[in-house]
Design a protein around this ligand. Structure first.
Ligand SMILES: [Zn+2]
Length: 322
């Protein structure tokens, strides 16, 4: 957990708070809040002077989304409570944009993680993540914290085990507003600002759920994270199986060696990138890496013996780690 998350959790624990957190009551202890139209898409300005006699003032941009204002107030509380956040600050609290575009203004990033962790305490989220229900039910539980779907998604998927992805899609334009996946999930996340397509995870996901929330639809997918692992006692190497596949599928030697190199590189990179804890899990990751490929790689991946190649390769790679 990040230090700012620990502080938020401590505030929750010390005050016996439970979601939905009454953030207005908490912020009123530390600052005056006023609403006024702010320029340049600012969500809030926190005005502080060096004088201890003057209470800090938060100027909050009016927003049609009450949950966005709740998040902004929680974000401002971070600036008030984290001792190294000082002075007057101008805040954009569009967390999703900042996470996606890797904008790392450290204090804003910290304030956002604090804000999320106060409204959705990590201990509370972990209970939800570990409850044995489907992902849509978990998501609905997180929304009871009165947070936006975007904030709910970033927070929940930060603690979910491998094998889950989401996309938040505008109901009016069908555009992907935000998308993501849990750690060590090998499928690609959906691309932002593209038109949503149901086909993106077709054939790869176990389950697909949707939650309608007026202006947006939340799509959730779960993927198999471990698949049946056959046992091989014949000593045949994966590279020999791959050699047979490429020779059958492709005519030119140049294409054959290109395919062989690409496929070995994809599997090798996936092994390095994801910390699989079993050969079965690694096999599932390797399988996910060959979804939506094109060219010679796709042609080979469609061969009936390709799953056997992947299983042998997963077995060999995993043994190397032991
Ligand atoms: Zn800020």
């Amino acid at each position: 957990m990040r230090p700012e998350q620990r502080l938020a959790q401590r505030i929750v624990d010390m005050n016996g708070l439970e979601p939905p957190i009454d953030i207005r009551a908490i912020i009123n202890e530390f600052a005056d809040v006023e609403e006024a139209k702010l320029p340049a898409n600012l969500d809030a300005i926190l005005i502080r002077t060096a004088s201890a006699r003057l209470r800090p003032k938060i100027i909050l941009n009016p927003s049609p989304h009450g949950n966005r204002q709740r998040f902004t107030l929680s974000h401002e509380l971070a600036h008030l409570r984290l001792p190294w956040h000082i002075g007057t600050v101008w805040c954009h609290t569009d967390w999703a944009n900042q996470v996606d575009e890797g904008i790392h203004l450290a204090t804003e990033d910290e304030a956002n993680w604090f804000a999320a962790s106060l409204l959705m305490p990590p201990s509370w989220l972990r209970v939800i993540a570990n409850t044995d229900v489907e992902i849509d039910e978990k998501f609905r539980s997180v929304l009871t914290a009165d947070v936006s779907p975007q904030a709910a998604a970033i927070s929940l998927f930060d603690v979910m085990p491998p094998g889950f992805a989401y996309a938040i899609v505008s109901s009016s334009s069908q555009t992907v507003i935000q998308a993501g996946k849990s750690r060590n999930t090998a499928v690609d996340k959906m691309w932002r600002n593209t038109t949503f397509s149901d086909a993106f995870y077709q054939g790869t996901s176990n389950r697909h759920f949707t939650i309608e929330c007026g202006w947006a639809c939340i799509h959730l997918w779960s993927f198999a994270t471990s698949v049946e692992m056959p046992t091989f006692a014949d000593g045949i190497l994966s590279k020999n199986v791959l050699r047979e596949i490429v020779t059958e599928v492709l005519r030119s030697q140049e294409q054959q060696s290109q395919a062989q190199k690409s496929i070995s590189a994809i599997t090798g990179a996936a092994f390095g990138e994801y910390e699989a804890t079993s050969a079965k899990q690694l096999l599932s990751i390797l399988g996910q890496k060959f979804i939506r490929r094109d060219g010679v790689v796709a042609m080979c991946a469609e061969h009936p013996r390709f799953p056997e190649y992947l299983a042998r390769r997963a077995d060999e790679l995993f043994r190397k780690r032991l």
